[in-house]
Design a protein around this ligand. Structure first.
Ligand code: 0O2
Length: 221
């Protein structure tokens, strides 16, 4: 009997995880559509790279017990909101907001929360635009709303975050003071690079759209 109960729990949990897999697939498809369409129409895409991940069952259970969340499917669904995660890297800061707006404006996407760590970086220098969204997944017998965490950032922000994440885990969340200072300096350098690149990009856009030959300049003899 206990074995049958265990098999039932396992089957329910697998079904639960599948809904996140489907939600992730829906969001990734939406992003890829934007990317391909942008490339086709404008010969440029604000999206450089997309990656997605599902939290492993072990790390879901770990997070739930760390936070004192009851180990039931309903409690986990309500409290652990980053089971499905998508990361989008963009070339420029303005592109991150542009992508966020395009996705938020879609009829089946509900934005539950926005955290703008680009405008308000974390004390260590972490920058990224976080959107918690919910989308409906159409199953055989019901419609299941699914939460997906979107992290939208520039390539420079992503470069920094990946390294910081590695160091953070290497030092088991206790980064030595000197290293922390250097990391914050690196975040500032990345931020300066982002601003400079965006300025250059705007400048090139202006040059491209300006008249190029003498006879196109109004008033030129
Ligand atoms: P992992 O290993 O990437 O999954 P919560 O999501 O509830 O745990 P909070 O503060 O509500 O926490 O969420 P927040 O601030 O939106 O951050 C969630 C995720 O953003 C993190 O997930 C990281 O992926 C990323 N993040 C936030 N702050 C930092 C930071 O200082 N450095 C780096 N590299 N990433 C950061 P996890 O689950 O913590 O980590």
């Amino acid at each position: 009997e206990a074995l049958a109960e265990l098999a039932e729990i396992r089957s329910q949990f697998t079904r639960f995880m599948m809904t996140y897999q489907f939600g992730l697939a829906e969001i990734v498809t939406k992003i890829n559509i934007l990317k391909d369409e942008f490339t086709h129409i404008h010969r440029y895409s604000p999206i450089e790279h997309v990656s997605s991940r599902l939290k492993t069952p072990a790390s879901i259970l770990q997070k739930a017990s760390r936070r004192g969340i009851p180990l039931t499917i309903d409690a986990i669904r309500e409290n652990i909101l980053d089971i499905a995660g998508v990361r989008i890297s963009c070339s420029f800061i303005s592109d991150t907001y542009r992508i966020a707006e395009m996705l938020s404006g879609q009829a089946d996407v509900t934005v539950l929360e926005t955290k703008d760590y680009i405008a308000n970086p974390k004390p260590n220098g972490y920058k990224s635009l976080h959107l918690l969204v919910e989308i409906p997944v159409f199953l055989s017998d019901r419609v299941q709303p699914v939460c997906v965490e979107l992290q939208i950032r520039t390539i420079a922000m992503d470069f920094w975050a990946a390294l910081e994440h590695k160091i953070y885990y290497k030092y088991e969340r206790e980064i030595p003071e000197a290293l922390l200072r250097e990391l914050t300096e690196a975040a500032e350098a990345a931020s300066r690079l982002d601003i400079k690149m965006e300025r250059l990009h705007d400048e090139i856009d202006r040059i491209k759209s300006a008249p190029t030959t003498a006879d196109e300049v109004p008033g030129f003899p």
